[in-house]
Design a protein around this ligand. Sequence first.
Ligand code: PEP
Ligand code: MG
Length: 592
Amino acid sequence: MIQEPISTEETWLQGIPVSPGIALGKIKIQISGSKEPVAYEISPEEVDAELVRFHQALQTTADQIRTLRERMIQISGEKDASIFDAHILLLQDKVILQQVQTELLKRLQNVEHIFYVVMQNYMEVLRRVDDPYLRAKTADMEDVMQRVINNLRSTEPLEDEEEAEEAQVLVAYDLTPSDTAAMDASLIHGFATEIGSSVSHTAILARSMGIPAVVGLDQALLRVESHAPAILDGYKGVLILKPTQETVEYYNRLQVEKEKAYKALEALRDLPTITRDGRNIRLSVNVEFPHEYSGIKEVGAEGVGLFRTEFFLLGNPAGMPDEEEQTRYYKKLAEGCAPHGVIFRTLDSGGDKLPCERLCTPEPNPFLGWRGIRVSLSRPELFKQQLRAILRACADTPGCGIMFPMISGYTEVVTAKHILQECREELEKKNVPYARDLKVGIMIEVPSAAIMTDVLAREVDFFSVGTNDLTQYTIAVDRVNNRVANMFRPTHPAVVRIIGMTITAGERENVPTAICGEMAGDITLLPLLIGLGATSMSVGVHLVPIIRYAIRNLDYGQCRDMAQKALQAPNSRTIVDLSTALARKSYPALFE
Ligand code: PEP
Ligand code: MG
C-alpha cells in the first residue's frame, strides 16, 4: 500500500462525536488490541539482530511492569500488585522464549510476528480448558504480549508513563472498555479511534470520566504523527492535526466559553427537575467508578439510577471481590448518595464489557450469549454473594433498589426474585441487618421482555429501559459495529413504540419507568421520552446540569401531544424532527 505523505499543514479529520469537550495536546499513538502484527521475511543473517531486538523489548516491558507494580502498591497495596509479578514471570518463561527462537530460525520472519503466533497458540490451549482460573490467565498473557509487541514496534521504547507529563490526545485503532477505564485523565485529555460507536462501553466510559472522545475516524493512524500538536473537538467529532495559531486561539476561547456556560447551568443544581407545567422527573446518574461519586452531589443528582457493578466486579486484576468487600464498596456509594437511593444493577457481564475470561470462554456471538441475568442464574453462589452484599450495604439507607439486567421473560424474573428471597432469609437467620424496603426492578432491553411488560409489571417495583441494548436487539443492529452505526437509531418507530408500551404497561400497575440508556442524555430526544410518560432519567454525571435545564424548560402537555404523533410516525426521521423541533423551541440556548 502506498501511504499518503503526512501533511505539514492543518488537517481536519471528521469522525463521530461520542464524548463532549475539547482537548489540546500532543498526539500519542496507541497500537493496541490483538491485531496480528504484519509479517515480513528476514534473511538468516538477520536472526541474531531480531533476537537482540526481542530481548531488549522484553527488558523494556519488564521495567514498565515493575513501575506499574510500584504504582499499584501505592494505590491499593501489595495484594493487587501481585498480578504484575505473574506478568514478569511470563516474560521469563523459558519454554516460550525457546519456542520463539526455534520458530524464528525455522520461519525466518520478523520476531513480533513469531512472538504473536507462539503466544496465540498458548492462549488457544488455555481458552479451551475447563478451569476458569487457568482460562483467566489468557487475559494476562494477552496483556503482556501486547506490551512486548508495542515495544517491538516502536523504534524508541515506549515512553515511560511517569515521565510523559504533557497533555496528550490519544489515537488508536480501537480501545477496549478496560483500556479506557485505565486511562489517566490528567494525562490523556482526549482520544480518537478509527472504529467504535457512541453506545459502546468505551464511549460510555469516556463520558463518565469526562474525557472528550471521537470515534469512527477512518484511517486516522495513517495520518497522524506521534508528538505532533492536535486538537480534539468532542462536540463536533473532529480531530485537527497541526492546528494553526488562529485555530488554537479559537479553541482556547471556545473552551473557556463552554466552561462558563456549564458553570451557569451548574448553578441550577438545587432547583427541582420539574417541567413548566409541574410534572416531576427524577434525575439521577449512571455510575461505573468510585471517582464519580463526588460528582453526584456536586451536580445535585437524585442518587444513582444505574450502577453498573460489572466494572467493579470484573475490573480488578486480583480477582472477583468477595461478599465483605462488595458490601463495603456498595455501602460507601449508598451512604454517599443518601437521602437519595442507589439502584444497584447486578452483574451484567458479556457483550463488549470487560474480558469475560474469568467467567467463561470467548463466545461466537457475545451479545446473544451468556450475558447479564443468564450468568447470574447459572452461577447462583456468585449471584447470592452479590445480592447479600447489596441487601447488607443498604441496611441503613432507605430508597435503594436492585435491578436485574438482560431480562428476557417471566421465569427469569421470578427465579431471580426467589433467590433474592433466599438471601433475605439467610441474613435474617444470622441476624445480619439488611434493607427490608429494597425495591426490585428489571431492565427492559430485550424485546421479548418489553412485549411481556403487562405480566412483568405485576412482579416488580420499577422498570428501567436500557435504550442501548433495546435498540440493538429490536432492530438487530450491533451497538459496537460502526459499519452499521447509521442504522443504530433509538428513534426507530419500533423502538419508540416499545418504550411507549413499556411505560403504559407500567402505569396500569403503578410501576414507574425510568430511562437509563444513552438516549436519556440526548437533549433532542428528551421531549419524546418525557412525552411518552417516562418519570425518571438516569444519565452520565456530566450531563445532569444540561438535562435539568432542559427538563425545566419543557411543557409536559406539549411533549405528550408530540409523542402521540411520534407513535404514529412511519420512520425515524419524522420522529427525530418532531422531537428536535420541540426541543429547539423549548431550550434554544442549548443549541447555540
Ligand atoms: C443499556 O443497554 O441501555 C444499558 C443502560 O445498559 P448497558 O449500556 O450497560 O448495556
Ligand atoms: Mg444493556
